[in-house]
Design a protein around this ligand. Structure first.
Ligand SMILES: Nc1ncnc2c1ncn2[C@@H]1O[C@H](COP(=O)(O)OP(=O)(O)OP(=O)(O)O)[C@@H](O)[C@H]1O
Ligand SMILES: CC(C)(CO)[C@@H](O)C(=O)NCCC(=O)O
Length: 418
C-alpha cells in the first residue's frame, strides 16, 4: 500500500494536538495483511458544543451502585498499517506514547509494562516484538468473538452503519435491535470467516474459505504488477471481464441456457477464455485481468456465503473485512451473487466500518475487566441517541472526520470509572 506512510504522517500532524491530550484505551487487530488500530482520545480541541475540556459530566452510575464515573467526550480513532510494515505501527505507537494508554484500571501493573488488548493472529505472532520494542504486553482477545462483538456493537450503536448496495444504489438499512439475530457475518480479510451470530456473545464459526482478500491482492499483484491494493481496485474499475471470462453465451453460440436459469452474459468459467485464445498474459489489458479476478473472488465469496445462510436459514448476511473497501463493484458483485443464488430471498448487507470489527471488539473487551465502562457507555450513548442531548446518531455520522475506510475518527462520548 504505497502512500500509507504519507497518510500516517499527515495524520500525525493533524492529530498531534489530540494525542497530547488524554488518550485512553488502545486496541489492536493484527491480521495476516493489515493491522487495525482503535484508540480513544478525549480532547479540548474537539469542536462539539456540548463538551468542555473533554469532561462533560460527572455523576453516580445508578445501574452499578455508587460507582463514580466521568463521561469523556472525544474521538475514537481508526488507523490501519500493513502487517508487513509492522515497524511503522510500532513507531506510530511509540511517537504518540500510545502504549501508556492500554489498560488503565487499578490492576494495571506498575513499571514499564503496559497491557494492550489485541486480537488477530498477530497478537500471538508479534507478542514478543511488542514487548521488546514498546514494553507492551498484548492481552489476547479471541479473533472471532472480537469480530462478533464489533459487528453487534456497530449494528446496535451506529445509525448509518449497515447498507445494501445494488445497481449503484446504496440504501441504509435501519436495524431493529430486537430483530438483529440471527445473522451471518462474513469477514473478508486475507482469508474469509463465516460466523453465524445468534446473540450478544452467541456465535459459531460455521465456515471459511482461503479464497479471500489475500487471494485477490496476491494473484492481482502477480498478474498485473500493481504496486498497491488501491491501484488494483482502480484497474478493475476500468476493466471488462468478458475479455477473459468465458460466458454462457460464448459456449451456447450467443444465447443463454434459460432452461436452467443462465443468461448469455452469466460467467460460465472465470478466466476460461484464456485457455483457447492463444495469448500471453501481456496480451491482456491489466484492467481486464483485474476485473475478472475481482469478479471471480467476489462471486465465490457471495456464493459460499449464501450457501451457508441457506444451511442455517439466515436471511441477512453482513459482509465485513478490508477486502470490501467500500468498493462499488465488489459490493455490487457480492450482492448480485447473493441475490442470484438465493433467488432474491437473502440480502447482502455491508458495514460502514467494515475493516474495524475485530479492533472494535478488542477495544470493547476492556469493559469486561471492570477497568472501565468505556464500551458500555459508548453503546448506551449511541443506541439511546434519541433521548440523549449530547450525541445523536446523525452527529456521529456527520462528525466522521476522514474516510474511516482508511484512517479516521468519529466523535463520541465514553464513560470511565474514577
Ligand atoms: N491498503 C491495503 N493493503 C493491503 N490489503 C488491503 C488494503 N486495503 C484493502 N486490502 C484488502 O484487505 C485484505 C485484508 O483485510 P483485513 O485487514 O480485514 O484482514 P486481515 O485481518 O489482515 O486478515 P486475516 O483476518 O485473514 O488475518 C487484504 O487481503 C486485501 O484484499
Ligand atoms: C485464519 C483466519 C481466521 C485468520 O484471520 C482467516 O484468515 C480465515 O478465516 N481463513 C480461512 C481459513 C479457512 O476456513 O479455510
Amino acid at each position: 500500500m504505497a502512500g500509507d506512510g504519507v497518510e500516517v504522517a499527515k495524520l500525525e500532524e493533524k492529530e498531534l494536538k489530540l494525542c497530547e491530550d488524554q488518550v485512553s484505551h488502545l486496541a489492536l487487530d493484527i491480521g495476516g495483511s493489515l493491522i487495525k488500530m482503535v484508540y480513544f482520545s478525549s480532547s479540548s480541541s474537539c469542536s462539539t458544543d456540548d463538551q468542555e475540556n473533554g469532561f462533560i459530566r460527572e455523576g453516580t452510575n445508578t445501574s452499578s451502585g455508587n460507582l463514580e464515573y466521568r463521561v469523556l467526550s472525544g474521538r475514537l480513532h481508526f488507523l490501519k498499517f500493513e502487517t508487513s510494515k509492522i515497524s511503522e505501527c510500532i513507531e506510530f505507537i511509540s511517537s504518540k506514547r500510545l502504549q501508556h494508554y492500554g489498560d488503565q484500571g487499578d490492576e494495571a501493573p506498575a513499571g514499564d509494562k503496559h497491557i494492550v488488548k489485541a486480537t488477530g493472529g498477530g497478537a500471538f505472532k508479534f507478542s514478543d516484538l511488542f514487548k521488546e520494542k514498546l514494553g507492551i504486553i498484548l492481552d489476547k482477545v479471541d479473533e472471532m468473538s472480537s469480530l462478533v462483538a464489533g459487528a453487534n456493537f456497530l449494528l446496535k450503536a451506529v445509525h448509518h452503519e449497515a447498507f445494501t448496495y445494488m445497481d449503484g444504489v446504496k440504501d441504509y438499512v435501519q436495524i431493529d435491535h430486537k430483530d438483529l439475530y440471527p445473522y451471518l457475518l462474513v469477514n473478508v480479510g486475507s482469508g474469509v470467516s463465516m460466523i453465524k451470530v445468534d446473540g450478544d456473545n452467541e456465535f459459531e464459526r460455521v465456515s471459511g474459505t482461503s479464497v479471500g482478500g489475500g487471494t485477490f491482492w496476491g494473484l492481482g499483484k502477480l498478474l498485473t504488477k500493481c504496486k498497491s491494493f488501491d491501484e488494483l481496485l482502480e484497474l478493475s474499475h476500468q476493466g471488462n471481464n468478458r475479455v477473459i471470462d468465458m460466458l454462457v453465451g460464448d459456449i451456447y453460440g450467443g444465447t443463454g441456457y434459460s432452461k436452467i436459469g443462465l443468461t448469455s452474459t452469466t460467467i460460465a468459467s472465470s478466466f476460461g477464455k484464456a485457455v483457447s485464445q492463444n495469448k500471453e498474459l501481456e496480451d491482456y489489458r491489466t484492467e481486464d485481468v483485474a476485473r475478472s479476478l475481482l469478479r471471480m473472488i467476489s462471486n465465490n465469496i457471495g456464493q459460499i456465503a449464501y450457501l451457508n445462510a441457506l444451511r442455517f436459514g439466515l436471511k441477512r448476511i453482513f459482509f465485513g473485512g478490508f477486502f470490501i473497501r467500500g468498493h462499488e463493484y465488489t459490493m455490487d458483485t457480492i450482492s448480485v451473487a447473493v441475490h442470484f443464488w438465493s433467488n432474491g430471498e437473502a440480502k447482502a448487507l455491508f458495514l460502514h466500518h467494515e475493516g474495524f470489527l475485530g479492533a472494535l471488539g478488542a477495544f470493547m473487551s476492556y469493559e469486561k475487566q471492570g477497568c472501565t465502562d468505556i464500551a458500555h457507555q459508548f453503546m448506551e450513548e449511541h443506541s439511546s441517541v434519541a433521548k440523549s442531548p449530547f450525541c445523536t446518531s446523525d452527529r456521529l455520522e456527520s462528525s466522521t472526520h476522514t474516510d474511516v475506510k482508511d484512517n479516521g475518527c468519529i466523535e463520541c462520548r465514553v464513560q470511565v470509572r474514577n
